[in-house]
Design a binder for this molecule. Structure first.
Ligand code: ZN
Length: 180
């Protein structure tokens, strides 16, 4: 299980009420998930476990930065993220569909692993628009060299359709006609 076992919360021995846990997430965490979106980061995660008589509630507070690829210049940058969420933990078989904010545990379970949940809350915090944040003056903080290179590439790319005005089907037809 490796690094993920650090995220086990042994709840059996805990009294009723709220219990707080804090984790510092770094590169090793993302490596354990073999993530192709995030491979580095520096995120503080606070987990509050509220134990009630018949169920538990887990609150997640995610705050920090993750290193992801910029969709504009393709370089890596540090994206600030902040997210919070809540999960209900219930004992029993998953007989009823109660939405995706409920997880079911066996009555013999004495601990719960929150690594996967933390990973999901981090991923959910990633904005749809993944680009370098703008400078205070509104200009882009993307790597200008990369942008220039990409632009060059784009121009070459868009020129290509003009070079081959017909598709291969016409070539085949031409061949056919030439033979006749
Ligand atoms: Zn960029």
């Amino acid at each position: 299980m490796g690094i993920k076992s650090q995220y086990n919360i042994a709840f059996k021995g805990l009294g009723q009420g709220k219990h707080e846990f804090e984790y510092e997430i770094d590169r090793k965490f993302f490596e354990a998930f073999d993530s192709d979106i995030v491979d580095d980061g520096n995120v503080t995660v606070k987990v509050i476990l509220e134990k009630q008589s018949s169920l538990m509630v887990l609150w997640f507070y995610v705050n920090g930065t993750i290193r992801i690829q910029c969709g504009r210049c393709l370089e890596l940058y540090d994206q600030p993220i902040k997210n919070q969420g809540r999960i209900f933990v219930k004992v029993g078989d998953e007989e009823f569909e109660e939405g995706d904010d409920v997880i079911w545990i066996d009555e013999n379970d004495y601990q719960i692993n929150v690594a996967q949940l933390i990973y999901e809350f981090i991923c959910l915090a990633i904005p749809i628009r993944q680009v370098h944040p703008d400078n205070p003056d509104g200009s882009s903080s993307c790597n200008p060299e990369m942008l220039a290179k990409l632009k060059e590439y784009e121009t070459n790319d868009s020129a290509e359709p003009e070079k081959k005005p017909t598709d291969s089907r016409w070539d085949d037809l031409k061949k056919l006609l030439d033979n006749e």
